[in-house]
Write a protein that binds this ligand. Structure first.
Ligand code: PLP
Length: 452
């Protein structure tokens, strides 16, 4: 029988029959009889099975960029299902939607002559990029370049390499030995990268993994000059620069791949989520012409013995093509940048709440409200409880470490942000009432970090 703390129970969904569905990242002893069932979505709104409407303040898991319920994507999927639902692209096999999608993404990519490897999601893409980086150096006659470097707070999915590259400590624990030849450095320090390259020896390093704005690790934009500095160091040392834009691409930062905001040219970009706005699972790796060259142009190079079953899945590709049509036609890509100021302005006042340490926002349509250390010390479950209380006020946010994250669809309107801020403020007040928190800290200067 599931046992759940009474405070969480008060804010959680009503009791249901014990589920058989194992939820990702969930404490199943809490969730098993308290699932929250969603049944319908339309643009920025979703409905639960009681008919209650909620504002989707997180675009589900940072992916519903064009919003929910787009008939055009559903119809594109249905048409493709009727024609050729699925077929492998191994060897010389291919299909029209996958070819067209690759051509379209390549033309949009911020690197010359990009090729596209398609996968089923973000973690697939990270493992593909890690293996390709090592294989690239192997075929180039530098098999000693094996080491991979990532950053604290980073999240690169839950597969083998992604877990080893994880910068969120909890995500690394309990799995036994992770990949050797991987290190994690301070996320906002170019000196830390230089130092690590010296310690390992740059000529033993295959690649550096970098989210433009760190997402799941708490929404941290890079300090000014950081991304440009990484590009310079990678160029100077030959280390491949792999940009993980699984969250940041397809408009989240106001450009196609997020990284264009810093004017640098990565060797690879991993993507997923917004490429289909989640209508079907699809991810991939954009590979620069330089990295692709030995595999594409040298007749003696071995085939890349890698690729998931559903690489180039025609129906997923058809969903992506319809999604790209909407992003282009409705000019949604730039929204991530156009709306970032309004989102920050709406959330800024929350930094003065006694339970809040800081608000991080300002680069792209994503933000985090970080709870004060005392709030977390009082109850480690405070972010989860806040998320549940905010939901009671009709807005879905996301518990993320010591914070709640906000990343609405690109179809959001500025006036929606007041709705989000108001629901979070009410949730915070309720948390405070329960904890008997003093309101003294209302008097202190607000902490709003506008990074980037
Ligand atoms: N990389 C980043 C930056 C992510 O945020 C995520 C997921 O949130 C992933 C990789 C993994 O993607 P997926 O969950 O589709 O495997």
């Amino acid at each position: 029988m599931a046992v759940m703390s009474s405070t969480l129970q008060a804010a959680a969904g009503r009791r249901r029959t014990d589920t058989r569905l194992w939820h990702p990242f969930a404490k199943m002893s809490d969730v098993r009889e308290h699932e929250f069932v969603l049944t319908r979505g339309e643009d920025v709104w979703v409905w639960d099975d009681q008919g209650r409407r909620y504002y989707d303040g997180t675009a589900s898991l940072w992916y519903a960029n064009v919003g929910h319920g787009r008939r055009e994507i559903a119809e594109a999927i249905a048409r493709q299902l009727e024609q050729l639902e699925a077929y492998s692209i191994f060897n010389d096999l291919t299909n029209r939607p996958a070819r067209e999608l690759a051509a379209r993404l390549s033309a949009l990519a911020p690197m010359p002559d990009a090729r596209v490897i398609m996968t089923s999601g973000g973690a697939d893409s990270i493992d593909t990029a890690a293996k390709l980086a090592r294989q690239y150096w192997h075929v180039m006659g530098h098999g000693e370049r094996m080491h991979l470097i990532s950053r604290t707070c980073s999240y690169h999915g839950t597969h083998g390499f992604g877990t080893s590259l994880a910068g969120i400590p909890g995500n690394r624990e309990g799995w036994g030995p992770l990949h050797p030849n991987v290190s994690v450095i301070q996320h906002d320090s170019l000196e830390a990268l230089e130092r690590e390259l010296e310690v390992i020896g740059a000529d033993h390093v295959a690649a550096f993994f970098c989210e433009p704005v760190i997402g799941a690790g708490g929404v941290h934009a890079p300090p000014p000059g950081y991304i440009e500095g990484v590009a310079e160091i990678c160029r100077r040392t030959g280390v491949l620069m792999i940009i993980d834009s699984v969250i940041c691409a397809f408009g989240r930062l106001g450009t196609w791949f997020g990284i264009e905001r810093w004017g640098v040219e990565p060797d690879m970009i991993t993507f997923a989520k917004g490429v289909t706005s989640g209508y079907l699972p699809l991810g991939g790796v954009m590979v620069s012409g330089r990295v692709a060259e030995p595999f594409w142009d040298r007749p003696d190079a071995p085939p890349l013995r890698h690729g998931p079953t559903y690489s180039g899945h025609p129906t997923c590709a058809a969903a992506a093509l319809a999604n790209l049509d909407i992003l282009e036609r409705e000019n949604l890509i730039v929204r991530g940048q156009e709306l970032e100021g309004a989102l920050r302005a709406a959330l800024e006042p929350l930094a003065q709440h006694p339970l809040v340490a800081e608000v991080r926002a300002g680069v792209g349509l994503l933000a985090a409200v970080e709870l004060a250390p005392e709030t977390i010390a009082h109850s480690a479950a405070a972010p989860l409880e806040l998320f549940q209380r905010v939901r009671e006020h009709g807005v879905l946010v996301r518990p993320l470490g010591g914070s709640v994250a906000i990343s609405p669809p690109l179809t959001a309107q500025p006036e929606h942000f007041a709705l989000i801020a108001d629901a979070v403020a009410r949730g915070l007040d309720e948390l405070g009432d329960r904890a008997g928190a003093s309101t003294e800290r209302y008097d202190r200067a607000p902490m709003v970090r506008a990074e980037g």
